[in-house]
Design a protein around this ligand. Structure first.
Ligand code: ASP
Length: 337
């Protein structure tokens, strides 16, 4: 029988170590960097990585690559967790959260933004054009419209139908959603792919600079006004060019409670590999939540300045996609349960 230990040992792509190349020049030589590279939460985001690669592969900047890459799921009407076509809140409104951060610590984000297909582009403008980091709701929309964005209906017929089906059978209690999702999705081994597909993307460019972006429609059928971890710098995304970068997916409340992505980066600063740093951070959530952790999914991915990558999740079913000069790969993350 495949127990947890043998599962971890036998999984072909569960270790990021294949990307770690040892220098042969001598101990004093700097470690060769595995760059450029791009990594994203969830398997379907190989297409987002490919878009980012159009910039990274030509020697472009990580910040431009992540901004371009995450626009793929944002514009995809069939991706019901990000941008256009995202599942609405419990009142039937699609509200979006996104943030972006570059190698110098510049960052920008939007929360509770409605009617705009590409919240990541608005987040980038908040970073580049304002003295602020975060704009919310009506103010974020006003800023977007002033900068030429078009107001569009983001609720697709597919997502409207899913919401109406949910209204028939579900209580107005968003905190029961993680459990419902797990019962529904973990049974067939897909994890929470259909309701927790936030894209968090990190790129390391040819110049050795790290940047990240994170964008989502948030937890399906959330309370109106609810904001998750994804647009919060330090929670859903964090970049420190001297150490590494991390991003998250899953139940945002749990990630916010421990400043998740910042915690992953701080573990890497202490010398842990990206894999170990993600694992330690997930373990911290599990310890704090006790038995409740069984009903939650949270996953982190991380990259250090050498281009070593890693990921870890509370529950099985979390995947991440990586593109390097060696091609595109999907990893099935190790998990606690
Ligand atoms: N982290 C997101 C949130 O809590 C959800 C997700 O990853 O799908 O809004």
């Amino acid at each position: 029988m495949l127990n947890r230990r043998t599962f971890l040992q036998s999984s072909l792509f569960t270790s990021a170590s294949i990307f770690i190349k040892k220098t042969v020049i001598g101990a004093a030589s700097p470690k060769k960097r595995n760059k450029p590279l791009v990594i994203s939460t969830w398997e379907p985001n190989v297409t987002a990585n490919a878009e980012a690669w159009k910039i990274l592969g030509k020697g472009g900047k990580a910040i431009d690559a992540v901004e371009a890459g995450v626009q793929i799921p944002e514009a995809n009407p069939h991706d019901q967790s990000v941008g256009y076509g995202g599942l609405p809140d419990r009142d039937g409104k699609v509200t979006l959260d996104a943030c972006i951060m570059d190698e110098t610590g510049n960052c920008g984000g939007v929360v509770f933004l409605e009617y705009i297909v590409h919240p990541i582009k608005v987040a980038r403008l908040v970073m580049d054009k304002t003295p602020h980091v975060l704009l919310a709701g009506e103010g974020a929309l006003q800023f977007a419209l002033e900068n030429g964005f078009k107001k569009e209906n983001l609720l697709t017929p597919e997502s409207e139908k899913a919401w109406k089906d949910w209204l028939k059978t579900s209580k107005y209690d968003p905190m029961t959603i993680p459990k419902l999702l797990q019962e529904k999705d973990l049974k067939d081994g897909r994890g929470q792919q259909h309701n927790h597909d936030t894209i968090g993307m990190i790129a390391l460019d040819e110049a050795g600079n790290l940047s990240g972006a994170c964008t989502t429609s948030g937890m399906a059928y959330k309370m109106r006004g609810r904001v998750g971890d994804s647009p919060i710098i330090g929670a859903g995304l964090f970049v420190d060019n001297e150490v590494g970068a991390a991003t998250s997916t899953g139940v945002g409340e749990e990630v916010i409670r421990i400043c998740g992505s910042h915690t992953v980066v701080e573990y890497m600063r202490m010398g842990l590999s990206p894999d170990e740093a993600c694992k330690k951070t997930v373990e911290r959530i599990a310890k704090k939540r006790g038995d409740k952790a069984n009903d939650l999914q949270v996953g982190f991915i991380a990259v250090n300045t050498n281009g070593d990558i890693g990921g870890y999740a509370l529950q099985k079913g979390f995947t991440y996609a990586v593109q390097t000069t060696e091609g595109s790969k999907v990893y099935h993350s190790k998990s606690m349960f």
